[in-house]
Design a protein. Sequence first.
Length: 278
Amino acid sequence: MTSAPNLNELTPEQLRALAAQLLSQVDTMGKKIHRDQAVIEQLTHEIALLKRYKFAKRSEQLSPDQISLLDELIDTDIAAIEAELKALHPAPVAQSRQQPKRAALPAQFPRTLIHHEPDNTQCACGCQLKRIGEDVSEKLDYTSGTFTVERHIRGKWVCDQCETLIQAPVTAQVIDKGIPTAGLLAHVMVAKYADHLPLYRQEKIFGRAGLAIARSTLAQWVGQTGVQLQPLVDALREAVLAQGVVHADETPCKCWPRARRKPIGLMSGPTAPDRFPT
């Protein structure tokens, strides 16, 4: 922890730089507080629904179908919160219990081999590196109703003289150490939020395609992907609110009937007609 600087000893240029740094920190903290407040409100709403399901009168309790949709929402939020906590505390924590072993991807899915080799196989000492092995990881992709597997092969190269080991770095992924590719995650997100396809239906669709992916796993993918998309959400929000006029549209849509009430829901979305015409 650094001590506070003595303002009397700073030059005008240093004072201006310090003021700019503080303003930047305040702006960053303001965005974080706003985002945290939105998460708190969302979790408060979900807790209220759970209390209603557990303690409300029988006529006001949620049906099993409604509860299944709430399970998806809870799993998504838990995965998003865990991803944010992991980003804040990247240091690995010792885990006492043994992690479950991930099942291998089905062998009948077509494989695409992607080789990752060092750009230079010449050692710094001048010797030629020799390939001694490889690390193999598989990622699940989904295109037009068909699962495919990307098989990433990272060769190991070693120098016989100085025993230097060189290997191509692991390519960046949306979910570290996860099996879904960016294409599969994009398909799940678009199907859920653009095509209004709930995760339990996607689970059945994927099952017919040849691979059973649990709904809870899909919910975790959605939550972790949402955290990675947060900078895009913040940029879009700033661009919309920077416009002189912002319109909001509420489109009615049919919902599952409850008791004798008319099943109507509303889908709302803001837009700035000057920059983002509908």
